[in-house]
Write a protein that binds this ligand. Structure first.
Ligand SMILES: [Cu+2]
Length: 119
């Protein structure tokens, strides 16, 4: 293999890695919560992945904008929480994970998902 072929291969590889990470960053809607965070409920959860600190209370403010009854309840089974979300009202849910890990949440029918990531 000649040197320019090697260079082309390397730069091509670099470009694909860049594109891969660029889209990965955009797709993974992961947001770090600083003591509290607003989560819009509309066709799912936005953001859907929330980073929280271990051993500290974080308030998740769920605001449902979607009239679909599918999303009217949110369930955080690891915290023993099931809450009704009235339309256009902010519902505060406090979590205080004592261990690092992932704590999934979902709608009442387990169709839409998000997760709290404690670290
Ligand atoms: Cu549902």
């Amino acid at each position: 293999m000649s040197i320019d072929k090697i260079l082309v291969t390397i730069s091509g590889l670099g470009l694909s890695i860049f594109i891969y990470y660029f889209f990965l960053m955009r797709k993974g809607k992961e947001v770090k919560a600083v003591s509290s965070i607003d989560i819009t409920v509309e066709g799912g959860y936005n953001p859907e992945i929330i980073q929280v600190p271990v051993g500290k209370e974080t308030t998740l403010n769920f605001i449902r904008k979607d009239s679909n009854s599918c999303l009217e309840e949110v369930v955080l089974s690891d915290f023993g929480i099931r809450k009704f979300l009235p339309l256009d009202k902010k519902v505060e849910i406090k979590v205080n994970p004592q261990k690092a890990g992932e704590y999934p949440f979902s709608c009442g029918m387990n169709m839409f998902h998000g997760k709290v990531v404690a670290s």
